[in-house]
Design a binder for this molecule. Sequence first.
Ligand code: 4NP
Length: 154
Amino acid sequence: MKILMVCLGNICRSPLAEGILRKHLESLNLPHSIDSAGTINFHSGSAPDPRAIEVAADNGIDISGLSARQVNKMDFEKFDFIFAMDRNNYKDLTSLSTREQQKRIYLFLDFAGLGQKDVPDPYYGNKKQFEEVFELLDHASLQVSAKLLKNNSL
Ligand code: 4NP
């Protein structure tokens, strides 16, 4: 299955979510390809935010090689699951896609069974906010990977 994680800049939340969900899918031996993108192009070509790289590394995940890119129309055809980190990202994604394509776009925490909530944007925060986002994404990714495994075996 092909999965795309999406936030605003593709330097904080979605690269973390990509690295974390990849770890969970690998541990379940679930065949996948996973990528991330941002709704804006401001950081295109940049590595993840140093704070995101650091928090991931503290938890044994290397996201230092990732490079930011903007979502494009082909993504809506290419990916089976497109996960928005917050409701603004979700709105932006649905406004760019057709009704048929919208069926593959989900609010990440909602899909994880955690309610229609946003992954908070840590960009203007400090390391503590990044650590909290890591914990939230890790918890949600455990739920999401179990749900994807179940869907895959139906
Ligand atoms: P992200 O965080 O969407 O989690 O990557 C942000 C990155 C950059 C900006 C805002 C949020 N920015 O305003 O440039």
